[in-house]
Design a protein around this ligand. Structure first.
Ligand code: ATP
Ligand code: MG
Length: 567
């Protein structure tokens, strides 16, 4: 590729709403442009990167026996009604009608389409297992599209679907996909962790996410300092907590006048006790699949916080919202003084408090708290894991110390079971001639998101730094002064030789100042540059490493061999 032919509108100006480096740099370096909220164009250089990532994904999946297909992006809504997701998916699902009033959706994911493709075509266990995938446009009308390619509305995703005759075979495929996805992210040069993830209230029997570690990530991950344990905070577990005191404080049970003492802090101060022994109440409104809703009060230790996804799953709700003090008062609930014996509302208590004694909690009466409260043998059906794992909590697997870190989700693998095959009546005949729904897995990679993720993890204040397998070109040959024929001829010769060896090189043959070309090299982020400049007269050229910006002087007659090895 010759720079002089290339459409690469680099710019000094970053969009006003661009807060993340990847968002700014990909636009400034001319990889992408924004069309509308969450919708982007890929310019030639961006398209090369996107295709490279796509082909790594395809390469590894094909090696793992997956087969590529391409499904329609526009999907008849009937399929979504059959699975029950048409009503449930919410506003992220873009629905529309054609001129004949037929209803469609733009595919945000393709379980229904894939099940429809396979049902009545795969009829026997002899045709299983089968793994079909596509790398195709998706549309999700995200509430807050932002961060450029990281959270778009239109984006490119690899979505795979596997079909099995047993859960054992699904487990085998799930492990194979964990390995395959790990290979993909490793080839892209990413620092990632595989974490346990939420399977959602709608079912599924196991799920893991691939998280690239990045300070700007939207996901919170809990990791252990001494074993491989890593989990999304939404599902992270910890060992049972221990008392901050050497000895358990003994309390005489009773009701205490606690005028206007409503917060955990003021209560801890009032009773001169660690919040560990206080019971905190968090009131929420749970919204269910059938449209109904109710107030639920979650109880935790005073120094724990409610993890909302855990709360959601504990009541199998679709969503969880805040609830106002007035709504609580209308139900006869006394905010600031709520205890587990509260009436008229659903109560869920964190597992941590099961059978615990010597606690302090609201007496469900304004200005009163119970002291010496006991949960022994009480509320046995109302316990769930609700608390967010805190930094410093203990790893349940090895006793190590847990800490929080940020991640960007780049992939997700999910055991579906018969969640879709059952309602969509996609069945096969097993060995005994019995009809059974397929056991399924689903797998996804954010292909366009990965373009941004590579840069989020690999950039500096000058620009992008592409990794070996993601870079659009491995080497940028910069002709310092194209009016100097020797320089131009030498650079051209190297360029053509490398091209003939199948190397990915670009030559900056533009009529621009050297400094300008160097700035573009730094902004665009090719891993190496070869500078052909004045020192060519002395038989020397320079190779620049983009990551360190170190320059190495090389004899011009040896540089071809040097570069052959390098790139
Ligand atoms: P997130 O939690 O980030 O919203 P998700 O869990 O909804 O993602 P999945 O349904 O698991 O996403 O989709 C598979 C992959 O597609 C994700 O791991 C992610 O890499 C990518 N992806 C999801 N939503 C977007 C988006 N809005 N823009 C770009 N990529 C996305
Ligand atoms: Mg996900």
């Amino acid at each position: 590729m010759r720079f002089s032919n290339l459409f690469i509108p680099t710019t000094k100006n970053a969009p006003n709403d661009a807060v993340l480096p990847s968002h700014k740099l990909l636009i400034q370096a001319g990889f992408i442009t924004q069309v509308g909220s969450g919708i982007y164009n890929f310019l030639p250089m961006g398209k090369i990167v996107l295709e490279k990532i796509r082909s790594i994904v395809k390469d590894e999946l094909d090696k793992a026996n997956c087969q590529e297909v391409q499904l329609g992006f526009v999907t008849p809504s009937e399929l979504w009604k059959e699975s029950g997701r048409f009503a449930k998916y919410g506003k992220e699902l873009l629905r529309f009608k054609d001129r004949k009033e037929n209803e469609f959706v733009l595919s945000p994911t393709a379980e229904e389409m894939m099940v429809d493709l396979v049902r009545n075509r795969v009829k026997s266990y002899k045709q299983l297992p089968l793994h079909l995938y596509q790398i195709n446009t998706k549309f999700r009308d995200e509430a807050r599209p932002r961060f450029g390619l990281l959270r778009g509305r239109e984006f490119l995703m690899e979505d795979g679907y596997s079909f099995h005759d047993s859960y054992e075979d699904l487990d085998r495929e799930f492990d194979l996909m964990q390995e395959t996805y790990s290979k993909i992210f490793t080839r892209l040069g990413l620092d990632f962790r595989v974490v346990d993830a939420d399977s959602g209230a709608i079912g599924g029997v196991g799920s893991r996410e691939f998280m690239v570690l990045a300070d700007n990530g939207e996901d919170d991950i809990v990791i252990c300092d001494s074993c491989q344990n890593a989990a999304n905070i939404e599902v992270a577990k910890r060992a049972k907590r221990v008392s901050p005191y050497d000895e358990e404080p003994q309390m005489q049970p009773g009701k205490f006048f606690t005028p206007d003492i409503k917060t955990i802090d003021s209560l801890a101060e009032f009773f001169m006790i660690e919040p560990y022994y206080l019971i905190k109440a968090v009131a929420k409104k749970a919204i269910y699949e059938n449209g109904e809703s109710e107030v639920v009060i979650f109880f935790l230790r005073g120094d724990d916080n409610l993890e909302e996804t855990k709360a959601l799953n504990s009541v199998e709700a679709l969503e969880i919202e805040d609830v106002s003090e007035n709504e609580l008062k209308d139900l006869g609930v006394t905010p600031g003084f709520i205890g587990p014996d509260v009436k008229n509302v659903k109560v869920i208590i964190d597992n941590e408090l099961k059978d615990k004694e010597n606690l302090i909690c609201g007496a469900n009466e304004v200005d009163y708290h119970f002291v010496g409260y006991s949960l022994k043998d009480k509320f046995l059906d109302n316990f769930a894991d609700l608390a967010e794992v805190r930094e410093g909590d203990i790893c349940p697997h090895c006793g190590g110390i847990l800490s929080h870190t940020k991640g960007i989700e780049v992939g997700h693998i999910f055991k579906l079971g018969d969640r879709y095959s059952k309602p969509l009546k996609a069945e096969f005949l097993d060995k005994n001639g019995k009809s059974k729904p397929f056991i399924m897995g689903t797998y996804g990679i954010g292909v366009s998101r990965l373009v941004a993720v590579v840069i989020e993890q690999s950039h500096d204040d000058k620009g992008c730094i592409w990794t070996k397998e993601s870079t659009p070109f491995a080497l940028d040959i910069i002709v310092s002064n194209i009016k100097n024929e020797d320089e131009l001829n030498f650079a051209d010769k190297i360029y053509n030789k490398l091209l003939s060896m199948g190397k990915e090189v670009i030559i900056d043959d533009r009529k621009e100042r050297f400094g300008f070309k160097m700035k573009d090299f730094e902004l665009i982020g090719f891993p190496y540059a070869l500078i052909v400049g004045k020192s060519l007269k002395e038989g020397k050229v320079e190779v620049v490493d983009r990551r360190t910006l170190e320059k190495t002087s090389i004899d011009s007659d040896k540089v071809l061999d040097y570069l052959k090895e390098l790139i």
